[in-house]
Design a protein around this ligand. Structure first.
Ligand code: NDP
Length: 248
């Protein structure tokens, strides 16, 4: 199947984890993919791994999505080097967990600047190009924390809930131009982000997942690929939880 032949996708936070898997899934079906992360070595390594299986599919770009001017510049560079973008996946995200009582201002700012302002920056930078493309897609990776909250993650939950409001508004603004904007809200997925959870917390979380076990990066990538595909042309402004039933 090559649902994404002749399509160019940008995946932020593509250097590892869920983002790398999303980039790989799109490349597997014919897309060219710009793989973005802050750390150059990490996105280059991810792009190399994708190119080993899908030669020439991936190109790495180092950028901090929280840096508005840098994202604008990069969008121009990607346009010059790879051409017009059709699919934008905002996946870059960070956590700086802690109870609100002890949370530092910089922990709040870092998380909001990356997870929420980062999406504002990329959508602003690519929107003109997306509006000109046929069947363009924006897919934002939120979290079930943005739906139900989580003690110790006020900053993260606020950023992920904000991303949902942002996405629905973008969906309304761009619908007339044929651009869809949807949100995927992962539950607990096995990645570097969840690896460090203390065993007691892991067990408590597992007890709340009806389908049992943590999800895989492939579970998220498959949903993103569906939303990016022609089959999802009539879906916009939706939040799809991929969480083993945790938030049903
Ligand atoms: P990882 O920490 O494994 O990877 C995050 C990626 O984002 C890395 O490539 C990182 O690269 C990049 N990144 C972080 N900050 C920036 C920045 N400022 N600019 C550009 N790139 C950045 O996370 P996951 O794969 O686990 O998560 C991916 C997304 O899914 C996140 O948005 C996360 O909130 C969300 N999510 C994850 C869940 C899970 O269980 N894992 C659950 C719910 C949501 P680098 O450090 O080099 O910049």
């Amino acid at each position: 199947m090559s649902r994404f032949a002749h399509k160019l996708a940008v995946v932020t936070g593509g250097g590892r984890g869920i983002g790398q898997e999303i980039a790989r899934a799109l490349a597997a079906e014919g897309a060219k993919v710009a793989v973005l992360s802050r750390n150059a070595a990490s996105c280059e390594k991810a792009a190399e791994a994708i190119n080993a299986d899908y030669p020439g599919a991936a190109t790495a770009y180092a950028v901090d999505v929280a840096d508005h001017a840098a994202v604008q510049e990069l969008a121009k560079r990607i346009g010059d080097e790879l051409g017009p973008v059709h699919i934008l996946v905002n996946n870059a995200g960070v956590t700086r967990d802690g109870l609100l009582m002890r949370m530092k201002e910089e922990d709040w700012d870092t998380v909001l600047d990356t997870n929420l302002k980062g999406a504002f920056n990329t959508v602003k930078a690519f929107m003109r190009v997306l509006m000109k493309a046929e069947d363009a897609r924006i897919i934002n990776i939120s979290s079930i924390c943005g739906l139900i909250g989580n003690a110790g993650q006020t900053n993260y939950a606020a950023s992920k809930a904000g991303l949902i409001g942002f996405s629905k508004s973008v969906a309304r603004e761009l619908a007339g131009r044929g651009v869809t904007c949807n949100v995927v809200a992962p539950g607990f997925i096995s990645t570097d982000m969840t690896e460090d959870l203390p065993p007691a917390i892991k067990d408590a979380v597992l007890a709340k997942i009806p389908l049992g076990g943590f999800g895989s990066t492939q579970d998220i990538a498959a949903m993103v690929a569906f939303l990016a595909s022609p089959a999802a042309r009539y879906i916009t402004g939706q939040v799809i939880a991929v969480d083993g039933g945790m938030t049903m």
